[in-house]
Design a protein around this ligand. Structure first.
Ligand code: 5CA
Length: 176
C-alpha cells in the first residue's frame, strides 16, 4: 500500500490492512469500554489477563524492539537485552509513537511504518487464542499465538524473570 494512502487510514484500519496483508483470518473488535491495559482488556473482552498480549516497546541501543508479553508476566529487561544483543533503554511515549506509529495503550504487534525486531513471550504459546491491541485503547483482535509468531517473524523466548519451568522434552536440570 502506498505511504500516502496509509497516512489517511485510521489506526485500526492500518492494523487491519497489515493483518490482511499478512493473511491473517481475524477481525478487529471495537469495544465501548477501555482495553488500554491488560487488565482492562481482559475484563472488556471476557478472557484471562494471561491471554492479553502486551506490546512493550524498548530501545535496544538506538533501535526499537518490541516484546510481546503475556498480560500476567513482567518483562525481564536484562533478558530482553541479552536476546537483542544491546543495552535496553526505556522508550518514552514519543519514542513509542515514533517507532510504531501508535500511542501507548493501543500499540499493535504489527502494522508499523518499518519492521521492528520482535520477541515473543513463550508463555503465550500455550493458549488457543490471545488478544492483541489494534491501534487504539478500544480496539483488539484475537489471534492464535502461532500466527502471531508467523506474522511478526518474532523470536519466541522466555521473557519473564527466571526461574523458568522445564519445557516439554527437556529434563529437570536448570537452563542457564
Ligand atoms: N491495549 C492493551 C492490551 S492489548 C495494551 O496496550 N497494553 S500494553 O501493556 O501493551 O500497553 C501498556 C504498556 O505501556 C504498559 O504496560 C507500560 O509498559 C507501557 N507504558 C505505559 N505508560 C508509559 C509511558 N508513559 N512511557 C512508556 N511506556 C509506558
Amino acid at each position: 500500500m502506498a505511504f500516502e494512502m496509509e497516512q489517511q487510514l485510521s489506526a485500526p484500519e492500518r492494523v487491519q490492512a497489515a493483518l490482511v496483508a499478512a493473511g491473517v483470518d481475524t477481525r478487529i473488535e471495537e469495544f465501548p469500554s477501555s482495553t488500554r491495559t491488560a487488565q482492562e482488556a481482559a475484563a472488556t473482552v471476557g478472557t484471562s489477563v494471561a491471554q492479553i498480549v502486551k506490546s512493550l516497546v524498548f530501545l535496544a541501543g538506538a533501535a526499537p524492539v518490541i516484546a510481546l508479553v503475556s498480560g500476567i508476566n513482567r518483562l525481564d529487561t536484562q533478558r530482553l537485552g541479552a536476546l537483542a544483543g544491546a543495552t535496553i533503554g526505556k522508550a518514552d511515549a514519543d519514542a513509542v509513537r515514533q517507532a510504531t506509529g501508535y500511542s501507548i495503550g493501543g500499540v499493535p504487534p504489527i502494522g508499523f511504518p518499518a519492521p521492528i525486531s520482535t520477541f515473543i513471550d513463550r508463555d503465550l504459546l500455550q493458549y488457543d487464542v490471545v488478544w492483541a491491541a489494534a491501534g487504539t485503547p478500544r480496539h483488539v483482535f484475537p489471534i492464535a499465538p502461532q500466527e502471531l509468531v508467523r506474522i511478526t517473524g518474532g523470536t519466541v523466548a522466555d521473557l519473564k524473570p527466571p526461574p523458568y519451568p522445564p519445557r516439554e522434552g527437556e529434563g529437570t536440570t536448570s537452563r542457564t
